[in-house]
Design a protein around this ligand. Structure first.
Ligand code: FEO
Length: 172
């Protein structure tokens, strides 16, 4: 049985993950509007990843005989100046999520909840990957700079990203 402090922290994180999913979906719409369907695809895949993160926590609470309590999801921004500002915001957002995940891990440790501690280790690793992925996109965008041709090619590359089903990630 999960204790109420950890249960509340996990429920709050489910909300943060669902907000992330919503934010990426909003970004996908803005990127489509900028004529960048490949970058929009990249953020759509992120939307699926974030929903998976939320559901992983959802299932864990149930597995521990806790209670999932969904909260209101805040409205995300809808406008960005250009593709670079979208990805700069993604990096800032993921750094914020990393801090939240670290906080949740601290709570699990304080509460001596070893099962949640072990469960959260997957998310700690995942955040390293998430930050690395977006830093890579920002690096490529910086190289493309003002070249419309380079941006076009990069957009084509972003279109190839697919969602890896959770079971195949080994983290389900
Ligand atoms: Fe669920 Fe992008 O971290």
């Amino acid at each position: 049985m999960i204790n109420s402090v950890v249960e509340k922290a996990l429920n709050d994180q489910i909300n943060a993950e669902l907000y992330s999913a919503y934010l990426y979906l909003s970004m996908a719409a803005a990127l489509e509007d900028m004529g960048l369907p490949g970058f929009a695809n990249w953020t759509r895949i992120q939307n699926q990843e974030e929903t998976f993160h939320a559901m992983k926590m959802y299932d864990f609470i149930i597995e521990r005989s806790g209670r999932v309590k969904l909260q209101a999801i805040a409205g995300p921004p809808t406008e960005w100046k250009n593709v670079m500002t979208v990805f700069e915001e993604i990096l800032k957002h993921e750094q914020h999520v990393t801090a939240l995940i670290n906080g949740l891990m601290d709570t699990a440790i304080e509460q001596k909840d070893h099962a949640t501690n072990m469960f959260m280790q997957w998310f700690v690793t995942e955040q390293v990957e998430e930050e690395k992925n977006v830093e890579e996109v920002i690096r490529q965008l910086s190289l493309a700079q003002e070249s419309k041709g380079a941006l076009f090619l990069l957009d084509k590359e972003m279109a190839t990203r697919t969602f890896t089903p959770p079971a195949a990630q080994g983290g389900a």
